[in-house]
Design a protein around this ligand. Sequence first.
Ligand code: ADP
Length: 494
Amino acid sequence: MERTLLHDLSKAPVGPASHLIDGLSQAASDGGTMDVISPLNGTRLTTMARGTVEDAEAAIAAARAAFDDGRWSGLAPAARKKILLKWADLIEAKAQELAVLGVRDNGTEIAMALKAEPLSAAGTIRYFAEAIDKIYGEIAPTAPGTLGLVHKEPVGVVGAIVPWNFPLMIGAWKLGPALAAGCTVVLKPAETASLTLLEIAKLALDAGLPPGVLNVVTGEGAVVGATIAESNAVDALVFTGSGATGRRLLEASARSNFKRVYLELGGKSPNVVFADAPDLDEAAKVSAYGIFRNSGQVCVAGSRLLVERSIHDAFVEKLKQVAETMVVGDPLNPETSAGAINSEAQLEQNLRFVAEARAAGRQIVTGGERILQETGGYYMAPTIVAGVSPEDAIAQEEVFGPVLAVIPFDSEDEAVAIANGTDFGLAAAVWTADLSRAHRMVRRIKAGVVHVNTYGGADVTVPLGGVKQSGNGHDKSLHAFDKFFDLKTAWIKL
Ligand code: ADP
């Protein structure tokens, strides 16, 4: 991005944010607001509406009415496609502005944010828009005297509750297929990353999305999110966030109308490096970026490094060198490779995990501390902890920070046992030059995605979803539509 533009955008005043309900910007019903604190310097960026139960109910009612009167689901799929493609174009046209606003709100480094946020969101929306007029129902292979038709119908009103890391990317994973399928949506962004989602929702109106089809309510999860989860007028919930919240959503569904609940709940992803990895320098570099980019605030981050014992010390040394040369700091500097921690609370949680490991005698190879405190922002040095036992909290729980737990192993079986030895199953990687071993490991590791001789990287064409306590259902790829269609059979006597 051109530097003067970046500078201007990073200083631009940000006005107070309101909900978007039924096509209108609306303040909270009781006038309440909450401060939006920038993690770059700890100062107030702006304020946003602190949603009330009434606000969430108004948004749900708007989405319900918009679904039930067919203003969106009743359009030809090709007509929905046209509007969604226009929306993607408008997002792309404002990509730089959106990326900088997002960075100021949530702290992701700008080089990554531009690609991973507005541009990724536009690409995702386009993918699902383009697909929607190419999806057919079925004719069942019944006996000649009957005709069995299987219709795919939009599920109805979708509640989408999304997190603060990559709000546009993850938001688009939900909004793209939901809206393309003909559903209407009530979106609840995270407290610390709402601004860009509100902006793109306004662009959807400009693109011709009818009012009430996409509603956004900001505020606290326990108020706004909980009201959506408990509502009998919401037909499905799609969520990315913590396991604790996921459990509450399932409980709320059980207490209310059994709405379908799809959860993407993070992980403790194993990155397994065998001594025969084709290029250990490359493996160290990619592994370091696989945990430290966006300061580890990535659900698929490779937060457990399993290294074959014969190369353990040399490999950890290589990693240390990469970690120590990464540029950590102001995420609006294009050279930065790891930006801010999203909030002070998250930073404190990261440091608690490290303190516990240190107290247990684990080796802090590098990092372990808050840095750049003089900026007022929330920054942490890339942290490598070695000598970790697979049972340690730092090897079992999702830190969601720039903290890598290193565990040695001696055999393939042991690597598999450690890799599968957590409650999670989201992502993984295996580094080896042995083709058979690579395929064996892909099959044996319980995870939604297993990378081979790389870490991270995927696109909208492949599904992302967890197994075990990493969740259920899939974002991305045509499989993402499954969450938003109901199957209806027409059984016809001929
Ligand atoms: P994270 O650890 O990523 O912040 P959370 O699960 O706390 O994960 O937050 C993810 C999303 O869930 C946010 O939009 C948040 O506001 C929302 N949320 C938090 N608590 C609840 C709740 N009790 N009910 C519904 N949504 C919630």
